[in-house]
Ligand binder design. Structure first.
Ligand SMILES: Nc1ncnc2c1ncn2[C@@H]1O[C@H](COP(=O)(O)OP(=O)(O)O)[C@@H](O)[C@H]1O
Ligand SMILES: [Mg+2]
Length: 326
């Protein structure tokens, strides 16, 4: 049997950041292993960007420490910067420069040897599907292409770790999916990825482990599977009705003393907990008495969203406010 011991490449201990009197990060601790896709999931203002800024030397911690690839962020940040790539939420590339020139410029900044720069830049443009557009100025690119080129730029010096801050925010569904594929591919090359997101689905699809950050504190770290399992012993049945009133919700709830939670969602009712067969019988009986029609019945699996609500006690809208936005 082959035993592969993964090294810890990011070690964070009591990392804390005050902005004036505002405590943005409150003594957080976590480790990231080599080759992992580690997700930082949390609502706006949770402290995700602050964490990336501290770990990549853009800002200094008020307290606590972290080591990246064995280098201390407080005393050896230049060594850290040489070995990590950062994809900020807002691109740092130049509008007027072409895609190729942007990459060549970043390559120079990072001290990529002159002779290797062009090949490296062209290879990245090919990987990211942008080679045909290498001579177009950055400003002409679509939102998704801009994001892709910003990621390519972060890879120019072959970093061991890449930090991505909300990489798919503002992208349409297709662009977001293709970007997630590219991010997934980076892992094949052994790059360790630290990704922040406020999209539960994204964290679920991409990440090996997820830290849930709320108001500057990590409330839970686990695999998406284990996070979902936290809600799994509970069955959830969803009924949809032609019409639904709050009186009906109360009648259903009264009829099902063993259910843990009854949630109303437009014309649907989700019933958490209890024995599915018995719940079904009881609801059908009640509905027959009332002369209301059931449109559909589903048994649904818990989502990461269910787990998030259960773990944080926060409403799912906290995470979804921006989804339709901008
Ligand atoms: N430069 C700054 N000065 C003052 N407050 C800041 C600064 N940057 C972030 N904050 C505050 O710190 C908290 C965490 O912000 P941030 O790390 O950007 O959260 P997230 O990326 O999770 O949305 C927020 O309350 C934010 O308003
Ligand atoms: Mg942020």
């Amino acid at each position: 049997m082959e035993v592969v011991l993964k090294e810890i490449v990011i070690h964070v201990s009591h990392l804390t950041k005050f902005y004036g009197r505002l405590l943005a990060l409150d003594h957080i601790d976590f480790d990231v292993k080599e080759g992992e896709i580690f997700g930082f999931l949390g609502p706006n203002g949770a402290g995700k960007t602050t964490t990336i800024r501290l770990l990549t030397g853009l800002s200094k911690p008020t307290d606590g420490n972290a080591s990246i690839l064995g280098f201390d962020i407080n005393t050896e940040i230049t060594e850290v910067k040489k070995r990590v790539g950062v994809v900020p939420e807002f691109s740092n590339l130049y509008d007027e420069l072409s895609a190729l020139d942007n990459l060549l410029f970043v390559a120079q900044l990072y001290g990529v040897p002159r002779l290797a720069r062009r090949k490296k830049a062209e290879d990245l443009l090919k990987t990211f599907g942008l080679f045909e557009r290498k001579d177009s100025p950055f400003r002409m690119f679509s939102h998704g292409m801009k994001r892709a080129l910003t990621i390519a730029a972060a890879l120019i010096h072959d970093p061991k770790i890449v930090f991505l801050d909300e990489p798919t925010v503002g992208l349409d569904v297709v662009a977001a999916r293709s970007l997630r594929n590219l991010i997934g591919n980076l892992r094949q090359q052994g790059v360790t990825l630290f990704i922040t997101t406020h999209y539960l689905e994204e964290a679920d699809i991409l990440c090996d482990r997820i830290a849930i950050l709320v108001k500057g504190r990590i409330v839970k770290i686990d695999t998406p599977k284990a996070l979902k399992a936290a809600t799994e012993e509970e069955s959830v049945i969803e009924f949809s009705f032609a019409e639904l009133s709050s009186t009906l919700i109360h009648d259903i709830s009264d009829k099902l003393p063993e259910a843990k939670l009854v949630v109303m969602d437009y014309n649907k009712v989700r019933i958490h907990g209890g024995m599915p067969g018995k719940i079904y019988d009881n609801v059908c009986q009640l509905i027959r008495e009332k002369g209301i029609e059931i449109q559909s019945v589903n048994s649904i699996r818990p989502t990461l969203e269910d787990a998030f609500i259960k773990i944080t006690g926060l409403s799912p809208t906290v995470m979804s406010i921006e989804k339709g936005g901008k």
